[in-house]
Design a protein around this ligand. Sequence first.
Ligand SMILES: Nc1ncnc2c1ncn2[C@@H]1O[C@H](COP(=O)(O)OP(=O)(O)OP(=O)(O)O)[C@@H](O)[C@H]1O
Ligand SMILES: [Mg+2]
Length: 618
Amino acid sequence: MNTITAPDVGTSGNKPRKTGMARLWELALRKKLLVITSCTLSVFSVAISFSPFIAIYSLIRELVTHSADLSGLDPVFMTKLGWLACGGAATAILLNFVALMCSHIAAFTTIYQLKLDFTRHVAALPLGFHSENSTGKLRKIVDDNIEKLEGFIAHQLPDLVGSIAMPVCTLAVLFLFDWRLGLASFIPIILSYLLQMTAFGAKNAQTFLNKYQDSLEEMNNAAVEYVRGIPVIKAFNQTIYSFRRFHQTIKTYGTFCLNYTMEFETYMEVFLLIINHVYLFLIPVIIVLSGGVSDYGTFALASCFYLVFSLSLATPFIKLLYVAQNGRMILNGIERMDTVLNTPPLLETAAPQTVSEYSVCFDRVSFTYHDQKEIAAVQDVSFSARQGAITALVGPSGSGKSTLAHLIPRFYEVSAGAVRIGGVDIRDMSSEYLLSIVSFVFQDVFLFKQTVADNILIGDRHAGRAAAVEAAQAAQCHEFIMRLPDGYDTVIGTKNVHLSGGERQRLVIARAILKNAPIIVLDEATAFADPENERNIQKAFETLMKNKTVLIIAHRLSTVRGADKIVVLDKGRLVEEGTHNALVKAGGRYSRMWDHYSAGQNWSISRKEAPDSPVKPA
Ligand SMILES: Nc1ncnc2c1ncn2[C@@H]1O[C@H](COP(=O)(O)OP(=O)(O)OP(=O)(O)O)[C@@H](O)[C@H]1O
Ligand SMILES: [Mg+2]
């Protein structure tokens, strides 16, 4: 096997991914120039927003100084102060507007790229990842966690920078006129900072947040499961309370929200009390100092300035509180996103090989699902499926047939052994190439909410409409497609478009026929088809299967009776292999299965056969 290289999983080169605040900054500064411009403008905006206060204070001081003789006022100076007040306010607003514009552009571009990177990464992960991680969890990461970064970059980052600049400017302004009053106003600010640091620096704050996010994720998953399970609930006439998990997750989430609120309630109340009432600290100082001042007029004026100015201090500090709170939430969300980004995608070989012969060989293959560590789904299985022949996999439910089929396109990595195509280990092929040489129809049919034609063309994007119609005819679905409201242009999943299980399966068969790959894997492909359709589909497959490697899984043994080789599986192990006749003659496991199957074919339900039926007539 060739050296295998791990593709980029979102780390910067080979360096491990940053964590915590460093990671948040790394993400926030993806659009560095825009973010720095926004923050700089935000700082200027905060600094300039002080100018109206200073200008108005100076205006009042001029008026008080010349109150005895107003003709002594300098009109040019007074006009300049007026312009400074108006111009300062207007400039601060304008700068803030431009700062927010830059931060919004940076935010939306960043989250767009992040969502794209995340989705690409998730798409490159092995199928095993998707069966272990719920759609609800992934949806929450894309819709909520990544989305929260928008608020951080667009609003909280400029607010944060502004809130840091604010105390510096406040300090300068507060100590500009009277340092004692300045100090009296500054003490509550320091107290608020200390309070915030104590509340959010506490160890249990992080634990709380983790548990909060976990319970939110649980509730999301349970909600998705609940909505998907509604048909079952209705069928069994269960009420919402019977769906205990969903109910329980809502209750758990509610409890956490309550505990979280209770934990930080006192801190919040004291913080708001202090920051909204700075004047309560100022007034006693003004009273004490007023007894000893010489220039009472100037002191009274300065006191008025501080009292008015103190009212504007609350807003930036409250913003800072939200930055701190949201910062923790965002960090937690980023950690969850990084856990997914750190999951390595399928390893790609450094020297990909191609093949010209397409027989499939399982060489001592074992496979264990990640969440079922103690039981191997497939154990030490060796057999080969020849090109130009039909190989059938049979065995009881849960014997590992589908698992084996999923190992061929590398949806899961084998735990031991190797799967080879044309003698080459599938890990030595590029995943794109491997997928291009395997056509499969799996048990779980999935159709996209696209037109019927588009759903078939997934088999070969470059094939035209005519080829899609031809494939549909071969898969016996042309007739029912033509009955749909818009024929091949009908969008699946829209109003009045209902396809039966068999019809959905035949559409997927058309997809596989169109792909026309050299290896065909059919997992219960005709299970839903009625006998007539099954015969017709098989006829279509006959032409398609010529000179190809075909692996068929079927419970209806009549479907696989004519196969060139039948491989019998039981509890993940290969127990027998051979042709139908040879296996029946051998009198082993397959022979017993065939007897049961044949007996089942002649079995019918009748009242006579169930005399002790527990079902009472209505
Ligand atoms: N995604 C999964 N995660 C964990 N275990 C799984 C998963 N899929 C299947 N298994 C387990 O692996 C074993 C083999 O399952 P598999 O689906 O391959 O059986 P099968 O032979 O195809 O059965 P059937 O005839 O019912 O389709 C079973 O015990 C099953 O519970
Ligand atoms: Mg199966």
